[in-house]
Design a protein around this ligand. Structure first.
Ligand code: DX5
Ligand code: ZN
Length: 221
């Protein structure tokens, strides 16, 4: 079963970190449904961004739910830290060395929405065994690590296969798409059943974030 209500999650990776609290308030004001935090450890991806303390400090600025995307090698060691910091969704990558199942259970033990993300090159079928256990799946439409990249078009077929499998197995799981989402690519993923769209550059570089968020939401809402 796929949710019908479209949610827009601005990724703060594209924001001015020096004014992060204000930047988050700006996009919440503009209609953001979730705030997307890209946590990177310099091992799982060749970039370093933020930790639980930063997320905790921003939590004081808004009630908007926080969507934490862990691009880190050992997420199982940090689930409680991010839960304590105020994460409402915690998504980690299926490519980790540790146990995917245990990591999902650690997130669910904190009554937080659990998500599994997958890199563009990892076969999408790797997600299938976990569809009944998680609240969302995140097929990355760019190679994780940096904002401002071009949407990888082969993601569309991957979303199709995910959607088919979700409908077949009647699982209650959302499809979130992350990377290169803009006014051109958003309709393509919405048409295939995605309902949570992460957008960094498209929103934070917009002259009119409210209008951009409205247009990203498209006709499905
Ligand atoms: C990339 C991150 C994405 C990225 C999206 O590793 O997971 O969330 O920040 O940024 P844009 O929308 O600029 O591609
Ligand atoms: Zn992300």
């Amino acid at each position: 079963m796929l949710g019908r209500e479209v949610k827009i999650a601005p990724s703060v990776l594209a924001s001015d970190f020096g004014r992060l609290g204000d930047e988050v308030c700006r996009v919440v004001e503009a209609g953001a449904d979730l705030i997307h935090f890209d946590v990177m450890d310099g091992h799982f991806v060749p970039n370093l961004t933020m930790g639980p303390q930063l997320i905790e400090s921003v939590k004081r600025y808004t009630d908007c739910p926080f969507d934490v995307h862990l691009m880190i090698a050992n997420p199982q060691n940090y689930i409680n830290d991010f839960a304590d910091a105020g994460a409402d969704f915690i998504t980690f990558h299926i490519e980790i060395e540790g146990s995917v199942e245990n990591t999902v259970n650690l997130i669910k033990a904190r009554q937080i929405n659990a998500g599994i993300a997958i890199r563009p090159k990892t076969p999408i079928s790797a997600l299938f065994p976990y569809l009944a256990d998680v609240d969302l799946v995140l097929p990355m439409s760019v190679e994780p690590g940096f904002g401002g990249q071009k949407f990888i078009m082969s993601t569309l077929d991957r979303i199709d296969s995910l959607r088919k499998k979700i409908l077949e197995s009647d699982c209650d799981v959302l499809i979130e798409v992350d990377g290169g989402i803009n006014l051109e690519t958003a309709p393509l993923v919405l048409d295939r059943g995605a309902t949570v769209l992460v957008a960094g550059t498209a929103i934070f570089n917009s002259e009119n974030p409210r209008e951009t968020i409205r247009q990203l939401r498209g006709r499905v809402s």
